[in-house]
Design a protein around this ligand. Structure first.
Ligand SMILES: [Zn+2]
Ligand SMILES: [Zn+2]
Length: 420
């Protein structure tokens, strides 16, 4: 007499069928009746269980691949068949199949996954790392030792930090070759990062430029440092005094960093930049003589994009932009090259009398302030100490903002009021 097919099934099939049944039984269970401890314990255990189920899944995938079950039903390969059959898609199935195949060769990692001690992502980091070792390693036990070391580290690290560690695992398990290889790998990475650096930017048609870039780590850190110098002077100072770790964690908001980026661009010394066709790489702004004095006037950038006259007036105080004043018939009256900007000596002098931003109540330090002409250079104001005042970027924008009225106080301070 033939036995019931379910009883004759392989233990793996029975276990899978049983698990389905057990999990189905929880579908109606009311989670609200669990205690907090039960919820948290069950959650952690369910995560571990997921890893164990995935371990079985990957073992089965490797077995299916060995038997070429996909080819037998006419698919390109087993991974494609698996991707289609389970609707996970081909790329995902291929990725998992690669891991299944790797776990087949790395028994300790496979065992750790089967126990639920590590996750699939940990397993991927470990096998990727060990598989990348060259075949001609002097000591054949190195891959084994590296795998063991990483498995140990995986017990209290997330996959991301494990991946960082994995990059330098040779320096731990085989320092003699690891350090040399690390140095070479680093050089290669730097070369590639420099060769592959890119930047794209385009106007969005609503008054902004948007862009993205990729630059080598060194340059990224340089840029970050410059931006932080503008974005968080107080935070930098605090960091020097206090305990380092905690303050260092606080990062300026994206808006603050964007502000700092604009500051950086406005402050770049145009005369130190490479020449463009014999001219400094400053942006030339064309402003009509009549627009100069008008509150609502307009100026035009070389590209034809308009900017407000008040922004042009503010920019005229600093170096980033070269104002070109046009007469009634658009003839060039003055190209602001000479004596428009305060010299280094003048600025140092200013900082001795004006230690902070001169707006009432503002303590932004002098070295981060702009030197503003009380009477605009564009209006014929002189670049001398009597006409100079230090203002932080925010208050500098405000003093040029036509919506605000500026009050000059006897002590040299200024305050602002919204015009009504
Ligand atoms: Zn100004
Ligand atoms: Zn200020």
């Amino acid at each position: 007499m033939a036995k019931d097919s379910r009883h004759s099934a392989h233990p793996v099939c029975r276990a899978v069928a049983k698990s389905h049944k057990r999990v189905s039984a929880t579908a109606d269970a009311r989670l609200w009746s669990m205690s907090d401890t039960e919820v948290s314990e069950a959650l952690v255990e369910a995560t571990r269980l997921r890893a164990r189920v995935e371990a079985l899944e990957l073992r089965l995938a490797a077995e299916a691949d060995r038997r070429a079950v996909g080819d037998k039903v006419g698919a390109t390969d087993t991974a494609s068949w698996w991707g289609h059959e389970t609707r996970q898609g081909r790329p995902a199935a291929k990725r998992r199949m690669r891991l299944a195949e790797a776990l087949d060769r790395h028994a300790p990692t496979a065992a750790a996954l089967t126990e639920g001690a590590i996750s699939v992502d940990h397993a991927r980091v470990i096998t990727d790392c060990v598989d990348k070792f060259p075949d001609d390693l002097a000591d054949p036990t190195i891959p084994e030792r590296a795998e063991k070391h990483l498995l140990n580290e995986a017990l209290d690290r997330d996959p991301k930090s494990l991946a960082i560690l994995a990059k330098h695992v040779l320096t731990v398990v085989a320092p003699e070759i690891g350090e040399e290889r690390d140095a070479r790998a680093l050089e290669r990475e730097e070369r590639e990062a420099r060769a592959k650096a890119w930047l794209t930017m385009a106007p969005d048609g609503r008054g902004s430029y948007r862009g993205k870039f990729s630059i080598p780590t060194l340059h990224g850190e340089m840029l970050k440092k410059m931006l932080l110098a503008f974005a968080a002077p107080k935070h930098q100072a605090a960091r020097r005094q206090d305990d380092q770790s905690e303050v260092a964690e606080r990062r300026p908001s994206p808006e603050r960093m964007g502000d700092a980026f604009c500051e950086l661009l406005e402050r770049l010394p145009a005369d130190k930049l490479p020449q463009l066709g014999g001219l400094n790489a400053s942006v030339v702004v064309l402003i009509d003589y009549t627009d100069l004095t008008s509150e609502t006037g307009r100026a035009t950038l070389e590209s034809g994009e308009p900017i407000s006259a008040s922004l042009a007036r503010r920019m005229a105080c600093e170096a980033g932009l070269l104002p070109a004043v046009l007469g009634r018939k658009s003839e060039l009256l003055d190209l602001g090259r000479t004596a428009r900007l305060f010299s280094g000596a003048q600025r140092r002098g200013l900082a001795t009398t004006q230690k902070t931003c001169t707006a009432v109540g503002c303590d932004w330090p002098a070295h981060l302030c702009h030197a503003h002409h009380d009477q605009s250079w564009l209006h014929g104001g002189k670049t001398d100490m009597k006409n100079a005042r230090l203002l932080c970027p925010r208050h500098h924008a405000r003093i040029h903002d036509p919506r605000f009225k500026t009050t000059h106080h006897p002590d040299g301070g200024v305050s602002f009021h919204m015009r009504t």
